[in-house]
Design a protein around this ligand. Sequence first.
Ligand code: MG
Length: 340
Amino acid sequence: MKLTLERRKLKLRHPFLIARAMDNKSTDKEVLLVRVEHGGKVGWGEAAPISYYHQSLDSAEAALRQMGEMLGDDPFALDKILDPIRVKFADQSAAVCALDGALHDLIGKLLGIPVWKLLGLDPSRAPLTSFTIGIDKLDIMAAKVREAAEYPILKIKVGTPNDDEVLTMIRREAPNKTLRVDANCGWTSANVLERCSSVARYKLDLIEQPTPPGDLEGLPAVRAAGIGPLIADESCVGVSDVLKCAEMFDGINIKLSKCGGIRPAIQMIHTARSAGMKVMLGCMVETSVGIAAAAHLGPMVDFIDLDGHLLLANDPFEGLGGANGRLTLNDRPGLGLVER
Ligand code: MG
C-alpha cells in the first residue's frame, strides 16, 4: 500500500467561535488529506488535528509519514495494521483517524460496497444532523439562524454572559426547531445548576459539556433537577473514558478525530450502550472526507452533529449531501464521495 498526503486550505462561510477559544476570528482552516492506494483503488482519509489535545498539522503529518512505512500490503488486515499504530501514535488521534478512514474507504472500493454496508448497518436509521451556530454578535447570529432555515435541528454554542439573550433571539427566529446547546466547558460547578436551569427554559434536546473535564462536581445536581440529557464531549476522548463519563453524564459525543477513527468509535458506541448511555456523533471543521467516515456510523447513534462540511465554502468532495439536515449514505463504494 502506498500512502501520500495533501494539505488542503479550507474557507469557512463565517468565522466560527466557541466558549473556550474566543479569539479565533479566522475563516481559514487547513486540514490534511490522506490517500492510501492499493489494487488500482484510492482510499481517502482526513486528519483535522485538535489543538485542545496538543495536535497540529505538522505533528499529524509526521505521524502519518511514519505510519506509511508500517502498512504492509493487505488493507483488509485492519487489526494488524491499526493496533500497533494506535499504541505508537496514541497522542496523534487525528492522524490515526485519517488512516482508519482511508483504509475503510479503500476496502469498500476494493469490494465495491459502501462502508455502511460493510458494517451491516441500515442507512434509514440514521438521525438528522444538527447545524451549528457559533458564538458571534447577536445580529450576526440571527442572520446565521435565518440562513440555516433548511435545518430542522440547531446546535447553539453557549457559555458566554449573553446566553439568555442569544437563546431568546434563537427562539424568536426559530420557535419550533429542535435546539441543542454546547457550552464547551464555559460554566463551572459553582454556576452550572443555575446556568443549566436558565437555558433549559428554552426547551432543549440536550446540553453538551457544561463544565471543564476537571470540574464535574456540579453535574449530579443538574441531573437530579431533571435537566438534560448532559452529553460529554471534552470529557470523553477515547474508549477508556466512556465508563468514567457514565457517572456524571447521560451520553457521550464521539468524534473520530478524538478517538482515532471508525474502529475505536464502534467500541465506544457499544461500551456506552452497555452503560445505558446516549450516543452522539460530532466533528471538527473538516471536509466531506472526515465527515463521511463518521456519517457511516450514523445508524448506530441517537444524535448526529456532523455539519463540518456544511460550514465550508470550498469542500473539495461531494456525495454526502446534508440538505435539510439529511446526510446521504449512498450506494457508491467506500465513503461514497467524489472529488469535485
Ligand atoms: Mg462539543
